[in-house]
Design a binder for this molecule. Structure first.
Ligand SMILES: [Cu+2]
Length: 612
């Protein structure tokens, strides 16, 4: 097969490329002895070809040539595969994992590696974040991870070194619980979603620093402009465009920094053409363990023709809730149960939040079947409400009413930071009606900060908001408000104190931080051992940030501060303010960061130190 018949690697040049690359029908490892490329979808054991179970594991991290797009590229692999092998543990056992660094000399991914066990409670020196409580694993060396498994559920693991996660070092983790599960099923599949690029991830990061909007050339066209003029009139349309281009330094289509224009999306390490397939018999209950192991992609998942009953989130049981669709942020996991019947095949469809591409697979009664694959949805537009400026204009929250209200304001310089500054100082905006919530205060470190290009004014929890691009689509879409743990607040104490942190950034500079301070410039967040405290996050940016705290659970609260659901990753869409409780019951130095890989690398990362 020639590369031309399937599309090829992305170049760095013109944005006139194909809209998205679907990839090879049969991607994966390129066998060195001529079996090229190897099929992985034919093996159905648990949805993945490589499954290791027990208490003792030998994992070798190396570089393996892979071909997902027509071009062969070096991937970072565990025991030769992408994703890394599915590990099956049992709650109540002690696991030993010998992880060996076999990266070749001169690897573009450096000399060092690591594995972090995402969402797993363990001693800090087993958490696998180089530079915190662990030194990393140097080439030719091995590290012995050993810890007690004290939880059950669906999790994953990945590298915490450089960009190795983007290059393939991620794998699913399934822990069989001690207690019987509160639901039944006949089959059990992992569905791990990820984003692959043929680019060297270092170059991708450099490209983001240089031109953060590279993947968002789908700007509104001249035609759109005249359509809007026809609909809204000349002045509001011009103001609308000026506001997005000037004030926000972005366009309302900038929903993700890297998207299907660069990425080939994978399901269990297979492209859409490869069509990962999970078999079923009509009427069976099938458990699907969705894991978002991507570097940068929020996926919207649905299986046309089937209801999905969500029974666990981030590995922890929730009261069952039946939906048509859910959004899964990077690093989250959702376990769902489906009962396929009446058709021989159903498509598992996951499109990215920015509607630039998708990955699909199939549930089928036998191999080789397919069901229709939906079109990628229309590109959603960010609204002012999405950015936490909802109450500003009064009236509707759409762009056109917003722009007309903006038109009457003094926004000389078109600079959101100065606008927010004047708002804070009680300036020109103070007289506006902002509703009951009042104006959001901001940390002093954000003021006049060249790495902060905007601030939210009226953020809200928005727990029952399906999110950008999912509202009013005629489907029942999961929201955080639907997620209720099957247990009460496991700590029970009221939080003794509250820490508020703002998610901040500068789109053009591709700078990302907490409170305007990059990791390198920030003090650790100190927690007292044993305390119950509350973290309030405010998203001052236009991007969604899935925030992950290592070592400790994040117990999400509702609008009134009541415990809702236990998670390890809390997604923070634009314009949101959300709070969760943390019990500081694990001593040591822990990572706390946005799980979008390039945001983390750019500085949206803090050390959390739990001390006596
Ligand atoms: Cu982020």
């Amino acid at each position: 097969m020639s590369s031309d018949s399937f599309g090829r690697a992305e170049g760095l040049s013109a944005p006139s490329r194909r809209r998205f690359v679907q990839g090879l029908a049969v991607g994966g490892a390129v066998a060195t002895l001529g079996l090229w490329p190897r099929s992985s979808w034919a093996v159905k054991a648990e949805g993945l070809p490589n499954v290791l179970s027990g208490t003792d594991f030998d994992l070798t991290i190396g570089e393996t040539p892979m071909n997902f797009t027509g071009a062969t590229r070096p991937a970072i692999t565990v025991n030769g595969s992408v994703p890394a092998p599915l590990l099956r543990w049992r709650e109540g056992t002690t696991v030993n994992l010998r992880v060996r660094n076999a990266l070749p000399p001169g690897s573009i991914h450096g000399n060092q590696t690591s594995i972090h066990w995402h969402g797993i409670l363990l001693p800090a020196n087993m958490d696998g974040v180089p530079g915190l409580s662990f030194d990393g694993i140097n080439r030719g060396e091995a590290y012995q991870y050993r810890f007690n498994v004290v939880q059950g559920g669906t999790y994953w693991y990945h590298s915490h070194s450089g960009f190795q996660e983007q290059a393939g070092l991620y794998g699913p983790l399934v822990i069989e619980p001690l207690e019987p599960e509160p639901f039944a099923y006949d089959r059990d599949y992992v569905v791990m979603l990820s984003d692959w690029t043929d680019l060297d991830p270092r170059h991708l990061f450099a490209r983001l620093k240089k031109r953060s909007d590279f993947d968002n050339y789908a700007k509104q066209t001249v035609g759109d402009f005249f359509d809007d003029v026809k609909q809204h009139g000349w002045a509001p349309t011009v103001e609308d465009r000026k506001m997005w281009a000037g004030a926000m330094r972005m366009t309302p289509t900038d929903l993700s920094d890297v998207n299907g224009n660069t990425y080939t999306f994978l399901m269990n390490g297979t492209t859409s053409l490869g069509n990962w397939t999970g078999l079923f018999r009509s009427g069976e209950k099938v458990r699907l363990r969705f894991i978002n192991g991507s570097a940068m992609t929020h996926f919207d998942v649905r299986i046309p023709g089937l209801k999905m009953t969500v029974v666990a989130a981030d590995g922890q049981y929730v009261h069952p809730v039946t939906v048509d669709e859910f959004r899964i942020a990077t690093a989250e996991t959702f376990d769902v149960i489906v009962e396929p019947t009446g058709q021989d095949a159903f498509t598992i469809f996951a499109q990215d939040l920015g509607r630039t591409g998708y990955i699909s697979g199939t549930l089928a009664v036998r191999d080789g079947l397919r069901a229709p694959v939906p079109d990628v949805g229309p590109k959603p537009l960010l609204t002012m409400d999405d950015m936490g400026h909802g109450g500003m204009g009064g009236g509707g929250h759409d762009m056109s009413s917003m722009s007309s209200s903006m038109a009457g304001m003094d926004h000389s310089g078109h600079d959101m930071s100065s606008m927010a500054g004047s708002a804070m100082a009680g300036g020109s905006m103070a007289g506006m009606d902002h509703g009951a919530g009042g104006m959001q205060q901001h940390p002093a470190t954000e003021t006049g900060n060249p790495l902060v290009d905007m601030q939210t004014m009226t953020p809200a929890p928005k727990l029952d908001d399906p999110g950008i691009g999912l509202r009013d689509n005629g489907r029942r879409v999961l929201t955080y408000a639907d997620l209720r743990s099957t247990f009460r607040d496991p700590d029970g104490r009221e939080p003794g104190r509250t820490v508020e942190l703002h998610l901040t950034g500068h789109m053009e500079r591709f700078a990302w931080s907490f409170d305007g301070l990059k990791f390198a410039d920030a003090e650790p967040l100190r927690l007292n051992y044993g305390e119950r405290m509350r973290i309030v996050l405010v998203n001052d940016t236009m991007m969604s940030h899935p925030i992950h705290l290592h070592g400790l659970w994040s117990d999400l609260e509702d609008e009134s501060g009541n415990f809702m659901v236990r998670k390890h990753t809390i997604d923070m869409p634009p314009g949101t303010k959300r709070s969760y409780r943390v019990r500081a019951d694990a001593l040591g130095r822990w990572a706390y960061h946005c799980h979008l890989l390039y945001h983390m690398e750019a500085g949206m990362f803090r050390e959390v130190r739990v001390e006596e």
